[in-house]
Design a protein around this ligand. Sequence first.
Ligand SMILES: C[S@@+](CC[C@H](N)C(=O)[O-])C[C@H]1O[C@@H](n2cnc3c(N)ncnc32)[C@H](O)[C@@H]1O
Length: 462
Amino acid sequence: MVLDILDGWFVTVGVHLYDTLIPIFRKARFFLLLPFTPILKVITDHALSRLGVTIGSSPKADLCILDKRFYARLWADQIFGLEEMFAEGWWTSGNLEVFYDKLFSLGDKHRWLFRLQISYWEGLFRWGVLNTGRDGTNFNAAREYELPVEFFKLLTDKEHMQHSCGIYVNGATTYADSQIEKFKLIASKLELKPGMTLLDLGCGFGGLSKFMADNYGVTVTGVTVCESMATQATNHCRGSKVTIKTQHWRRMEGKFDRISIIEMLEHVGKQNYDEFFTKIKSLLNPGGRILLQHYVVDPGIPHFFEFACKNHFGQTYVAALNEFVTYSTRSFRIANMQDFSLDLEQAGKHFMGMIEDNRPEMEALVGPKLVRALQITYAAALAATKFKGGQVYQTVLVGKDDQNRIPVHRVTFRCARDSLPLHSYSNPQGSDHLLLEYKSVSCTESDTLKGNDCHGVWKLDQ
Ligand SMILES: C[S@@+](CC[C@H](N)C(=O)[O-])C[C@H]1O[C@@H](n2cnc3c(N)ncnc32)[C@H](O)[C@@H]1O
């Protein structure tokens, strides 16, 4: 109890210190570098042009610089500065997706550059060390989730307002259809049956909760930590067998047959993983099943990006695959795991397109800075997905002694539109660890464009 209070104070003081001191350090770096603008410009332009980035004052250029102080701020705050400057209108791009593709063409062997950034180490204290994902610190609610539902309708789709990756199968080409395909897939993996209870943890605007209640006869409890989101979810689910609660996951009580956790794990924070998996285990009826849709990052890619945390999502920690496996298998057995990164690319393109198409309406609702911030966040996330820095998985967790629930007890590998068993998977008896091995698949650029994904060899927990 006393430790809890002290921890709460530490987090509160830490966040306030960070919010006060770090902007001062950043400003100081910027002003120190400002007189060196001409030389920084030569170095930067040279490096970027080697990557094929076109620089100029034309709005069609990959990098159209609108403020001469751009170079000093770029060197002062690196990626974080680049993104902040975009949000503030210091630069623009004729095609943000192409610009990021060119930046990411630096390739895997240059991932160490991420760690070379001062802004990364500054951000590590705020988003990595301080445990703001704990209950009661008031820092856990993401800014983005308190935005008006009208804004999300313009960004996602008008019907389900899901803010998560859909599945583009069975002819689904639109974001709305991809969400329905995702719901159906989740329902089948969870084997939902009428009369069951489903907990939708991190329910967003209630799209999945409502769909499952209306189409599968289950009684749903949707939980979100955000007040305004809960109100909007309640409105959306009116008339369906859905109860929406505003609650931190730590405070959840009750027992459920099934649990869905769609893109919410990212807000839990690594420090809280053990507690989280123990908690959801306690919420599950015997023989129950949990489906998580969650992101993972490749080795060498940071677990959070400060710009996205600060401007949109609040505390975010994206686990590496081995971290996810290690923590989740302390309480559960992994019954099925599937990579949906190709779908993530399509979802990313959808968000970028929606921002382009609906910019005036979006800006009227939340202001131009936030819309531009969102645009660059999606552009970076899309590039990270394309260049295999991050993936999105669906994982089914079952009780440790539950041996025969899901027919395919293996990790699935996404290739073309199918999941192909191109890897080996073992979960040795008595071991909490899972070994995944993705065999390399050779593919050409045109295969990639057609949808054949290409991963290297992945080995975990050996
Ligand atoms: C990316 S949104 C996903 C929403 C929804 N599942 C969807 O697919 O659209 C993350 C959700 O997790 C919820 N969340 C974040 N932190 C939480 C916490 N500590 N306890 C409960 N819910 C939380 C947010 O309120 C939000 O609804």
